[in-house]
Each structure stands twice: as structure tokens, then as C-alpha cells.
Design a protein around this ligand. Structure first.
Ligand code: IPE
Ligand code: IPE
Ligand code: MG
Length: 236
């Protein structure tokens, strides 16, 4: 586990999980929220330092309004049900994404959870909400341009650019998992995934279990990372 600082998950397949059971798509999202709790508590127990979960992309606004509204109501459901347990487990809540378009009720719930958990010292549970990797990079570039214009910064490199991203201060992603057998990134953490290991699993997110996470970590532990060089970095 010592090389596993940051796991990022594209929680995909809620809709198909529901469809297979003749349920409305929203039921898949509801079940998905319960999985967020289960996997977050477990990852924290394993000693993972940061878990980033893709909850809503900048492209998900294309979905029917009823589904978007349902998804935007989930932060309330999640924190109402589980904030107490999150506190007991010493987990820190963070959020990455473009906050401005998120309805004020969901935004305020997030802000309150971030505030309440800010002095915890366990895993960072980082929600990607209205998140898009391209949007993040463009915003970061604009912020740097502004700092440059105001004379606050006069140089930029790959490392210092990270301070302008939503994920500032978080470690690079070691392992990216996508559920539901889709093999693409869908605009997730484009900058941060530069040298991550990727695992694509068939399981739909509502069926993803702690054992599945164990299996992913086991596979990660057998990978060899070279970061472009010749010295092999074993993950275990
Ligand atoms: C992932 O499940 C949740 C979100 C994108 C919000 P989907 O809703 O994409 O489920 P599928 O891919 O249609 O099965
Ligand atoms: C990615 O899943 C976004 C989230 C899991 C929040 P999508 O279901 O939106 O991705 P595509 O459209 O299949 O690429
Ligand atoms: Mg999907």
C-alpha cells in the first residue's frame, strides 16, 4: 500500500444496473450513493490518502432535466445519511469542479461538509462535481495568466501548474479505476492521470464491492511503473 496515495474512480454503470432490473435509472444512482459510503469507509481503513470519485461531469448536463435534478439532490441525501459516520472515521471532504453551476442547495451542503471535516486527519474523500478536465485546465491557465499580468508570478512549469488546478495540494493519481466496462477517460483528471495505472472492470458501480477494490489494489501491486525511465518502481 505504501505507493498508493491517490485512487480515482469513474463510478459508471448506474443506469445499466437499474435497466437490467427494470428499475428507473434514478434507482441505480441511489444504490450508487450507498456504494460511495461503503467504498470510502473501506479505502480510509486501508490507509489510502485520497479517493477522488467522479460524481457529475461537465457533460452530464446533457441528460434529461429530471435525471440531472435527481443527481443534484444526491449530495443532500449522502451527507444527511453519512456525515456523522464520515466524522467518526476522521475523513476529510473536498470537492473539485466548477462550483458556479451547481445548484445553491447542493453547493451549500458541500461547503458545510468541507467546513465540518476540515480538521480531520484521515483520507481525503474528494468529489468531482460538475468536473471536466478540459474546463479545469482552461481555468488554471486563465488564473495563471491573471497572476502573471498582476506580476505575482513570472514563470510556470509542469509542477507549479498543479497549484492552479482544482486538485492543488493533492497527490498525483496512482490508480484510476473505471467500472462498467467502458474504456475511456470521459474528461476525468486529464492532467493528473499522466502516469496513473488504469484498471477497467466489468462491474457496474452499484455492484462494486470492497473485495473488488481489494482486487484492483492487488493488480496495481503487480504493476511495474517506470515513469519514462529505466528504473522499475514496484508498487508493492
Ligand atoms: C454513472 O452512471 C453516474 C453518472 C454519470 C452520474 P451512468 O448514469 O452513466 O450509468 P450508465 O453508464 O448509463 O449505465
Ligand atoms: C462519466 O460517465 C462521468 C461520471 C461517472 C460522473 P459518463 O457515463 O457520463 O461517461 P460517457 O458519456 O459514457 O463517456
Ligand atoms: Mg455512464
Amino acid at each position: 500500500m505504501n505507493n498508493l496515495n491517490h485512487i480515482a474512480i469513474i463510478m459508471d454503470g448506474n443506469g445499466r444496473w437499474a435497466k437490467e432490473r427494470n428499475l428507473p435509472r434514478t434507482m441505480g444512482h441511489k444504490k450508487g450513493v450507498e456504494k460511495v459510503r461503503e467504498i470510502a469507509i473501506y479505502a480510509n481503513k486501508l490507509g489510502v490518502k485520497c479517493l477522488t470519485l467522479y460524481a457529475f461531469s461537465t457533460e452530464n448536463w446533457k441528460r434529461p432535466e429530471t435525471e440531472v435534478n435527481y443527481l443534484m439532490s444526491l449530495p443532500k441525501v449522502f451527507f444527511k445519511s453519512y456525515l456523522k459516520e464520515i466524522m467518526e472515521n476522521n475523513i476529510v471532504i473536498r470537492m473539485v469542479g466548477d462550483m458556479e453551476r451547481i445548484p445553491s442547495e447542493a453547493r451549500e451542503i458541500f461547503e458545510s461538509a468541507i467546513e465540518q471535516t476540515k480538521n480531520n486527519t484521515g483520507m481525503v474523500l474528494n468529489f468531482a462535481m460538475n468536473y471536466g478536465g478540459q474546463n479545469e485546465i482552461v481555468k488554471a491557465a486563465l488564473k495563471f495568466a491573471n497572476d502573471y499580468k498582476e506580476g505575482k508570478k513570472d514563470s510556470l512549469d509542469e509542477e507549479s501548474f498543479k497549484d492552479y488546478l482544482y486538485t492543488a495540494g493533492l497527490p498525483d493519481v496512482d490508480l484510476m479505476i473505471r467500472t462498467s466496462n467502458e474504456q475511456r477517460i470521459s474528461n476525468f483528471l486529464l492532467y493528473q492521470l499522466a502516469y496513473s495505472e488504469f484498471i477497467f472492470t466489468d462491474t457496474y458501480w452499484p455492484d462494486f464491492s470492497c473485495e473488488d477494490l481489494d482486487k484492483c489494489i492487488e493488480e496495481f501491486n503487480h504493476r511495474t511503473r517506470r515513469f519514462g525511465g529505466l528504473n522499475e518502481t514496484k508498487n508493492n
